[in-house]
Design a protein around this ligand. Structure first.
Ligand code: NDP
Length: 444
């Protein structure tokens, strides 16, 4: 049996009931076969793949907190410190009822390669809890965040592990967590990114993942003979990534005609009104029915359906496994040119294969959504320097990083005879740097 298959079987056996983690490992290892087979003897001897798929440290803890009626609740929480070969652990904190150890491990594993691709010195980690901030009062969210940080603070720090936002963790949650860290540890340091501007946050961090997704998509289209201006786009989700992806797509001259949330989706043939979407989602924290109620050109549909709309570009920006084989078939039948992942692993393995087989330009999340973590690393630099850069400065660095990521994955794909396969390209480019650092640092 090949080394890749052996290690994949070991992952399934040692990590039962973690299908998302298995899926992420399979996607990465399969696309690394060419590189691994070239170096099989050395990698085997060093158990390199076994070390790569096993987190350096996994923290599991309970988070007790009291609701507004005096009732105590207990949530499960996680921090997986996956790989620190190229820098301190870095990756977001997800607060969503679906969170479990397998999901955090899949996200942490992906994060290793994504962070490596940015070219910045950050290792891979991820964390979160099955707490659901939706429908909670600000005081309840604060109670949860303070209790969560009371435990987590023992394991993180500006030079060891620097968490950030993710689904359910926005500016409000980061603020409460930062306050509690500072109170307990008594140090004012850049231990979290995605902070507010008044206490060490970076301009353009809020926009970074969505903007970065569009910078990379624009470059991918350009290098394949297309212009983004004038294209029609389907976006899924209506959170941080979706909102700023929509905004940047429209600034670049494209028209975004859909957004969604966990209950329904909007079709707006006039183009999504970003100011209204922000008002509904960021200010009122309301459902998309509220968008439709205030926008005569918009149709609201219950359930799923954004991928049935005829578009040139699809940007899944909600969550994992939200674009299935039947969605990929519908997109291809409607003539889609490109799919770029704003979310982490939104496209299933079968759907990804179908898109690639049908000549669709496909940018995997670990490259396409790396703008968020890249800008988080820029926030870390500003915190270390005790300086703040202008919006334009950060945005132009972000653009440079995204264009560079595209060319790194494009070059790696070409070098290994897989031209145009950016899944293989991104994995190989991210992997080689991490492996080089792991090898240099010995058996740790
Ligand atoms: P938000 O919480 O701001 O938004 C998430 C959006 O996706 C919401 O519209 C939400 O709908 C929808 N959604 C979440 N879970 C589900 C689900 N199970 N089914 C259907 N819809 C769902 O998160 P972000 O925008 O920050 O993150 C979106 C994706 O991008 C995630 O995969 C995240 O890991 C990834 N990402 C985020 C980065 C960042 O900087 N924020 C960086 C890199 C990747 P509802 O409001 O109804 O829950």
């Amino acid at each position: 049996m090949s080394y890749v298959d052996e290690v994949f079987d070991m992952v399934v056996e040692k990590n039962p009931a973690q299908p998302e983690f298995h899926q992420a490992v399979k996607e990465v290892l399969d696309s690394l076969r060419i590189v691994i087979e070239e170096n099989e003897e050395a990698y085997r001897k060093d158990a390199l793949l076994e070390r790569l798929v096993t987190p350096e440290r996994q923290l599991l803890f309970r988070v007790p907190w009291v609701d507004d009626k005096g009732q105590v609740h207990v949530n499960n929480a996680f921090r997986v410190q996956f790989n620190s070969a190229i820098g301190p652990y870095k990756g977001g904190l997800r607060l969503h009822p679906s969170v479990n150890l397998g999901i955090i491990k899949f996200l942490g594993f992906e994060q290793i390669f994504k962070n490596s691709l940015t070219g910045l010195p950050i290792g891979g980690g991820k964390g979160g809890s099955d707490f659901d901030p939706k429908g909670k009062s600000d005081r309840e969210v604060m109670a949860f965040c303070q209790s969560f940080m009371t435990e987590l603070n023992k394991y993180i720090g500006a030079d060891t592990d620097v968490p950030a936002g993710d689904i359910g963790t926005g500016a409000r949650e980061i603020g409460y967590m930062f306050g509690q860290y500072k109170r307990i540890r008594g140090v004012y340091e850049g231990v979290l990114t995605g902070k507010g501007l008044s206490y060490g946050g970076s301009l353009a961090r809020t926009e970074a993942t969505g903007y970065g997704l569009l910078y990379l998509t624009e470059e991918m289209l350009k290098c394949n003979g297309h212009d983004i201006a004038g294209k029609t786009v389907a976006v899924s989700g209506s959170g941080n990534v979706a909102i700023y992806a929509t905004q940047k797509a429209q600034q670049l001259g494209a028209k975004v005609v859909t957004v969604s949330d966990s209950t329904g989706w909007i079709y707006d043939p006039e183009g999504i009104d970003v100011a209204l979407l922000k008002e509904v989602k960021e200010v009122k924290r309301a459902r998309l029915t509220e968008y439709a109620a205030n926008r005569p050109s918009a149709e609201y549909h219950e359930g799923k359906g954004v991928w049935t709309v005829k578009v040139d570009i699809a940007l899944p920006c909600a969550t994992q496994n939200e674009l299935h084989l039947e969605d990929a078939k519908a997109l291809v039948a409607n003539g889609v040119i490109a799919v770029a992942e704003g979310a982490n692993m939104p496209t299933t393995l079968e759907a990804t294969e179908y898109l690639l087989e049908n000549g669709v330009l496909f940018a995997p999340g670990k490259a396409a959504n790396a703008g968020g973590v890249a800008t988080s690393a820029l926030e870390m630099s500003q915190n270390s320097e005790r300086l703040s850069w202008t919006f334009e400065e950060v945005d132009s660095k972000l653009k440079g990083i995204m264009v560079n990521i595209f060319h790194n994955m494009d070059d790696a794909a070409k070098k290994y005879g897989k031209e145009g396969n950016y899944v293989v390209g991104a994995n190989i480019a991210g992997f080689l740097k991490v492996v080089d650092a792991m090898t240099a640092q010995g058996i740790v």
